[in-house]
Design a protein around this ligand. Structure first.
Ligand code: AMP
Length: 297
């Protein structure tokens, strides 16, 4: 497994690998998995999907400062490079890109990528202003550095998938965005690097998210006629009954357009509907979601 901290070195390596393949009359296809590290089974599932469908797998680990707000957890975001490299090795990653902040953002950086508020203004964008500009800017930079054929993103960050898919389409970026399902602990908690912040009682309380989302999903799959308003009410009721939970948002929107459903609109009448929640447990903000469709999930 090859490790790179400089953009130039990674580019050189990729160029050589592509040239080697070309000399053998082959096209080397690259699958890319961008992450912020502190890797878990959710990240591993993306790496496995990339491994299955590409000749070369590139993983990036970069805690991107510009996607964190001033009062967020950039400084204390968990990091464990040695453990991450072990997991990457196990998953058969070919190259890991571990740039410093200075490497990604030299002193004079005057450009950013912004996707319209129509996609970035609601859900997580409402409580984290500027967050998606940080995400789209760093992902664009990484795409330009790695030039992958495919890039893998978790549906756990459903809005991120919608925003990046739109960006790639609008800017004609030659990369296919591959969304991958949410990976969960056995008890249902969506895997997240931030779960490590949770005190035992908060972790127990946090199970309300997956339990209630599953409940809503079951109501729909059983052919129920749940409206968006009823779904939100069910979730809000359960979350507010949990003393350790502080609701940030509970939303029902179309996917991937992210237009909110009216309260009286039935879910799963046509197309896909995203039921997304963000809830704080102590100082830890967790997100979770389900995507529902007429055909079931
Ligand atoms: P992060 O390191 O949190 O920025 O996440 C890197 C990538 O892993 C993103 O595409 C996330 O959506 C994805 N990811 C994070 N948690 C999960 C999970 N539980 N299941 C599937 N993908 C995930």
């Amino acid at each position: 497994m090859n490790l790179f901290r400089n953009i130039q070195d990674l580019r050189q390596y990729l160029k050589q690998e592509r040239l080697k393949a070309a000399l053998e009359g082959k096209v080397l296809e690259t699958g890319f998995v961008p992450t912020m590290g502190y890797l878990h089974e959710g990240h591993a599932s993306l790496l496995r999907e990339a491994r299955r469908n590409n000749d070369l797998v590139v993983l990036s680990i970069f805690v991107n400062p510009i996607q964190f707000g001033p009062n967020e957890d950039f400084e204390r975001y968990p990091r464990d490079e040695a453990k991450d490299l072990q997991l990457a090795e196990q998953e058969g990653v070919d190259a890991v890109f571990l740039p410093s902040v200075g490497e990604m953002y030299p002193a004079q950086t005057l450009t950013k990528i912004t996707v319209s508020q129509q996609l970035t203004g609601g859900l997580c964008g409402a409580s984290r202003p500027g967050h998606f500009d940080g995400v789209t800017t760093v992902v664009s930079k990484l795409f330009n550095i790695v030039e992958p054929e495919r890039a893998y993103f978790g549906q756990k960050d459903a809005q991120q998938v919608a925003v990046i898919t739109q960006m790639v389409k609008d800017l004609n970026m030659p990369v296919q965005i591959v969304p991958c399902p949410i990976r969960r602990e056995e008890d249902g908690l969506a895997l997240s690097s931030r779960n490590v912040y949770l005190a035992p009682a908060e972790r127990e309380a946090a199970l309300v998210l997956s339990r209630q989302l599953l409940h809503v999903q079951e109501l729909i799959n059983e052919g129920g006629t749940l409206t968006a308003g009823e779904a939100k009410e069910t979730l809000l009721h359960a979350f507010t009954a949990e003393p350790l939970a502080e609701v940030d948002y509970v939303e029902v929107v179309r996917f991937p357009g992210l237009q909110p459903l009216g309260d009286s609109e039935r879910i799963a009448q046509d197309g896909e509907v995203l039921v997304a929640v963000a809830v704080k447990f102590g100082s830890t903000r967790l997100i979770d979601n389900v995507i529902l469709s007429k055909k079931g999930v």
